[in-house]
Design a protein around this ligand. Sequence first.
Ligand code: GLN
Ligand code: ZN
Length: 759
Amino acid sequence: MKTSVIGYPRIGENRELKFASEKFFKGQITESELDEIAKEIRVQNWFKQLTSGTSFISSNDFSYYDNVLDAAVLFNIIPKRYSKLGLSKKETYFALARGYQGEKGDVKALAMKKWFNTNYHYLVPEIDDDTEVKLVGSKPFDEFLEAKKIGINTKVAIVGPFTFLKLARYTGEKKKEDFKEAFIREYSTLLEKLNSFNVKWVQFDEPYLVKDINDEDKAFFVETYTKLLGKKDNVKVLLQTYFGDVRDVYKELTALDFDGIGLDFVEGRKTLELVENEGFPKDKLLFAGLVNGKNIWKNEYSKTLDRVKSIVTRAGVDSKNIVISTSCSLLHVPNSLDGEKKLSDDYKKHFAFAKEKLMELSELSVLADISGYESDARFIKNYKLFENRKNVVDEAVEKRVAAIKDEDYTRLPAFEEREAIQKEKLNLPIFPTTTIGSFPQTSDVKRNRKLFKKAEISKEEYVDFNKKKIAECIALQEEIGLDVIVHGEYERNDMVEYFGEHLAGYVFTENAWVQSYGTRCVKPPIIWGDVSRKEAITILWSKYAKSCTDKPVKGMLTGPVTILNWSFPREDISLKESTLQIALAIRDEVLDLEANGIDIIQIDEAALREKLPLRKSDWYSEYLDWAIPAFRLVHSGVKPQTQIHTHMCYSEFTDIIPAIDAMDADVITFEASRSDLLILDSLKEHNFKTEVGPGVYDIHSPRVPSVEEIVEALGKMREKIDAGKLWINPDCGLKTRGESETKASLVNLVAAAKQIRTA
Ligand code: GLN
Ligand code: ZN
């Protein structure tokens, strides 16, 4: 059988692209030096795929920042405010990606969005009424020729027109329908050019097809591709989908003149059923996404080969027409296990990062062609891996999860009663002020953590330094006049990794970086086995903070759904089961904080929305129906007078407001400053009961908001939110900010609060 890789990680084995780009931004290396490093990464990636025997290797899967941005620039979709700066091509590209501030002007970056269910952010193309869609770039051809030079005939990967048009932002009157013809024309030109270079295959990525597709969109899709495929000539077209199944368009998709169709058999719950029930056309290749491109566990060959068998025997696809593929681009997993020097082999042998997945594809493709593969050594070795994994089961944890009762998901008394009790107990002024938790992580703070990690300072020195920082932070907040005090989170590197380090069941990597956007990479920890709390996590810091002030101190925790969503999850138990285990661990911490006199506890759920299913009809049954109760389980054990806060980094929950209210927190803070406060209308409409702190200024920029500006924002908020329910706070944690702008901003925030209290 043949094999295919949808896309390969492009940051390099040791994040070379990130570091080179950052140097380029600072003017420390030239454009051609950056290009050289990028080329090296591409060549290395191609060779890795070639030597492991991959049959379909992509080109144009590389990107300096983002592949959707690449497609926008390729087709001249560049808003005027960028093109008129008169920058070079590369500078314009980076201006779109990260904004530009310099002699030639001052523009913000295009918006970024996590469109699907991963932590990867795409750039949002902006189409204006006078955008002239035109194939002006050459990146796909250049990279094809580059690979050809070293003897590799690649398939050219590019975002398809349907997904592009669906995800773009339209700033004027015109909508996607108005650009359909132009897109068909320019994508046809692209096909023509690919033909002229003798490209054999083009891969159009159309992940949007796994979402809910209504009749109108279906017609749009069919028309676009019917016209486009009429122009394909010799080049073969692979329509590539991922992140789910294509149940709404399967019939139409298979009827069109594609040469190959890529379907996701890992996340697409209905994919196998669709192929079996509806059949698969004899004249097309089926690119079967069977190796998980999103998780780091080894592929279970017995299951995968069973699936291949079903595709052949039950769906009647000729085995010659099956290409074993990754389920999505390998962009979402780390590069290679070669970078893990410290992790023991007992763990590593169960993992497959991008490079190891190439070997899996190769072995699977060989085994699939052997009739008695069960006795092949490669199969047996893999089979044995799944028989015994060490240190996974913790019976006490499993028993505890099994013993959760319905009433454990409900906090008593009901919200309104608690609200009154808390108002009396906390005795805060109307419109209380607070922050989201972290204060600036200055270089001395990072250094202290690093020295401790390397054992270059003692635990005592480490703790003393942090205590000193906490005391200063609290003195500052008292001086500024904030009502609810935080300790500043100086002990944390990352809001998930920090908790993972204190939980049993977690495994950590050294070099397993995954691109989140542009030059930003994350290193998600791995949930290895049953999770429990090893020890008290935050008590030391919160208790100390409380001893420094008479004002209420807010304890700071990360919630179970976010911890799960920003880790690599297990595949042997359900996400729900894992989340409940984490919820019980964090619940212990909540109760400990309460027992230590902390009256306000914030449980952050920054990533709550991330795994929201791509199909609306699955939102509740597949996700929210357990994710929201898991959050309630964390705090249902506290006394009525203990106030529970939560925080989300975005205000994009207009469509799930009832679910957010059902988290049953007492207060929620979120980012609203950048979204024109639209969410306030929805909160009012839904009679949102939870008290709210819609961030009054944007912490993502060093700008200091004026008092008037904050008062004005508060004025709008007061129109929609009852006075007794409104909190005043920045829109996220302050850890990335400098000290001086932080103080100035918070001083203005408190002044604004005083103004509206007396108005
Ligand atoms: N409490 C965290 C902080 O203040 C929240 C971070 C986040 O929302 N991403 O940094
Ligand atoms: Zn946030």
